[in-house]
Design a protein around this ligand. Structure first.
Ligand code: NAD
Length: 246
């Protein structure tokens, strides 16, 4: 049987690394994409069924070269997980245009570029796109003008992709993680934010990378063959409470 191939961006650590590991447990091959070459080199050593691609998803030339390299190595792509992301928690008046662009370039432009570059390959396999947004894209907050806006745009981009690509058999879904103790989150979650999350999340805890990976790989699998255009919060119930983001 032909092994399926997943392309995971931001795969060197955090949720992307856990997603890579779970795909491999499920028998897939994985193209691990990350701009942090050092971390990627270490991460890929754990796996026999993965290859590293050191590229920046916010740069059109990088994305073209990345797709060319992945297709030359694997010959197909069955799923793309647009997971690479950066965070910056600041209010509007303290966000420079450079801060804004830095967040948009990876979180939004990167999803657009990688999805567009992968679409011809996904048409051939009737593959799946999973875009990683955030609960920060579902609610306003006092701190996340760039991050929250970028993630809200990713949610809409997913709906556009589902509407447009369904006729080619391509499914597109979006996962909105709640808080997970990764390098990205720990750089922006103050002790007050951590305490507030513990109080307001119905399950009273942060999620794990593995819990996110389970949802992501499900959406890429045949088990989700009639699921497209959906926005799924994996957040311990936070989104269901209606309280403000800490
Ligand atoms: P992380 O920082 O642990 O991992 C992100 C990876 O993406 C890193 O390896 C980084 O080098 C890579 N990356 C960043 N910009 C890139 C670029 N332009 N090109 C290629 N690679 C790039 O973060 P994480 O927490 O695992 O985040 C994964 C995704 O989940 C992100 O989209 C993030 O916004 C989202 N998310 C995370 C949380 C959380 O609490 N951790 C919550 C909501 C959403």
């Amino acid at each position: 049987m032909t092994q399926k191939v997943a392309l995971v961006t931001g795969a060197a650590r955090g949720i992307g690394l856990a997603t890579t590991a779970l795909f491999i447990e499920q028998g897939w091959l994985v193209a691990m994409v990350d701009r942090d070459g050092d971390e990627l080199k270490v991460a890929v050593k754990q796996f026999n069924q993965a290859r590293p691609y050191e590229f920046d998803v916010s740069r059109p030339d990088d994305v073209d070269q990345m797709m060319e390299a992945v297709l030359a190595d694997f010959g197909r792509v069955d799923a793309v997980v647009n997971n690479a992301g950066v965070a910056d928690f600041r209010p509007l008046e303290q966000t420079s245009f450079a801060d804004w662009r830095r967040i948009m370039e990876t979180n939004l432009d990167g999803v657009f570029l990688v999805s567009q570059a992968a679409t011809p390959a996904l048409r051939k396999t009737k593959g799946a796109l999973v875009n990683i947004a955030s609960i920060s894209g579902l609610r306003g907050s006092t701190l996340r003008v760039a991050y929250g806006t970028s993630k809200a745009a990713v949610i809409h981009l997913t709906k556009q992709q589902a509407a447009e690509l369904g006729e080619h058999g391509i499914r597109a879904n979006c996962v909105c993680p709640g808080p997970v103790r990764t390098k990205l989150a720990m750089a922006v979650h103050s002790p007050e934010i951590i305490a507030a999350y513990h109080d307001t999340i119905p399950l009273n805890r942060y999620g794990s990378e593995r819990e996110l990976a389970e949802v992501i790989t499900f959406l890429c699998s045949e088990k989700a063959s009639y699921v497209t255009g959906q926005v799924i919060a994996a957040d311990g119930g936070f989104e269901s409470t209606g309280v403000g983001l800490p």
